[in-house]
Design a protein around this ligand. Structure first.
Ligand code: XMP
Length: 318
């Protein structure tokens, strides 16, 4: 029967046999479970011949770039962090259409990744954290999974650099990936991380993206996510986040009339993200988060809670 220990042993052997004793391997890390587990497996197999590249697209959660990079380095991985935030903001300037934003983010990611990958001498392989449902998904939509997973898609790169693909998690389901990650001692905060879209906060800022809006959203989002963790609710929801809406509303602070931004909190329960119900979070909790956001984040004066299910709504607003 399948055990994570046995999987690790046999996959490490397979990787060593496939990659050989000299080739260098490149892997794009996202901070998510899949790419992190793939990295640990490859690291166990070939050590520092695995070259991880972790790109900051400027659309990650608050402090996430620093924290995740630090965790990776703590695990002994050979990972290079590349802060390309400005490049992403430049490519997004003035764009408001969700699909155009996704495309710009995807394109910039490939440019940055390609440039960084070229710096690795002797690279022969591109590793990917593809898991079984990704394989199915890309088959069932009859085409590349670009629109759904633009962040993970490094299409064009393998051909251009003449890289061969290695996908150690290709046969695994998500829960199996987690078991393997546990066996390889991936830190809990990565192992139990909620799904997070490749385009990140870029599709949670409705309308055009500016660094100021990213900062506002990061602070509101951190209050929500930390609140969920403090109240033991984080593990009870499938995914959660905050949407920055392109509207302003009237409020009152002291004797002053305010005219500021509105955010929507989104938290859902789900088994696979295909369908989802809005999470029935306690009113007291929602009240606390709303007060904190409005009191601590200047520029936001109203908080609403999204009570739509998928379908017909989607988890993200864009
Ligand atoms: P929706 O909004 O379609 O989201 O209900 C379902 C799941 O997919 C994530 N998502 C994305 N992930 N690139 C990604 O890598 C994207 O462009 C993208 N759009 C949505 C979403 O966060 C949820 O987990």
């Amino acid at each position: 029967s399948w055990t994570p220990e046995h999987f690790v042993d046999s996959m490490v052997e397979t990787l060593q046999r496939t990659i050989g004793k000299e080739d260098q391997v490149i892997l794009g890390l996202s901070g998510g479970v899949d790419s992190s587990v793939a990295a640990l497996l490859l690291h166990k197999a070939i050590g520092t011949r695995l070259h991880g590249i972790f790109v900051n697209n400027g659309l990650l959660r608050k402090d996430e770039y620093e924290q995740v990079l630090h965790s990776y380095q703590g695990l002994g991985l050979n990972v290079r962090g590349v802060d390309a935030s400005q490049e992403f903001y430049d490519s997004l300037a003035g764009l408001t259409d969700p699909e155009l934003k996704r495309k710009a983010i995807g394109r910039t990611f490939i440019e940055v990744f390609d440039r960084e990958a070229q710096k690795v001498e002797g690279a022969r392989w591109l590793a990917q954290g593809t898991i079984y449902p990704d394989v199915i998904e890309s088959v069932s939509v009859k085409g590349p999974a670009v629109t759904i997973k633009s962040h993970h898609n490094v299409g064009g790169l393998p051909e251009k650099m003449n890289l061969r693909i290695v996908e150690p998690l290709r046969a695994l389901f998500k829960d199996e990936v987690r078991e393997v990650g546990h066996t390889l001692e991936l830190p809990e905060h990565i192992l139990h991380r909620h799904p997070f879209p490749g385009p990140g906060l870029g599709i949670r800022i409705l309308g055009d993206i500016t660094p100021e809006k990213v900062d506002l959203l990061q602070r509101a989002d951190a209050i929500f996510i930390n609140g969920l963790k403090e109240h033991g609710l984080y593990e009870k929801v499938w995914q959660a986040g905050v949407m920055l809406l392109p509207v302003q509303s009237v409020g009152v602070m002291g004797d002053e009339r305010t005219y500021e931004r509105v955010v929507a909190l989104r938290a859902v329960t789900s088994v696979d993200g295909m369908t989802a119900d809005w999470a029935h979070l306690p009113y007291e909790f929602l009240a606390e988060i709303s007060n904190k956001i409005i009191n601590q984040v200047r520029g936001i004066n109203r908080v609403v809670y999204d009570i739509s299910s998928k379908p017909p709504a989607t988890i993200e607003w864009e």
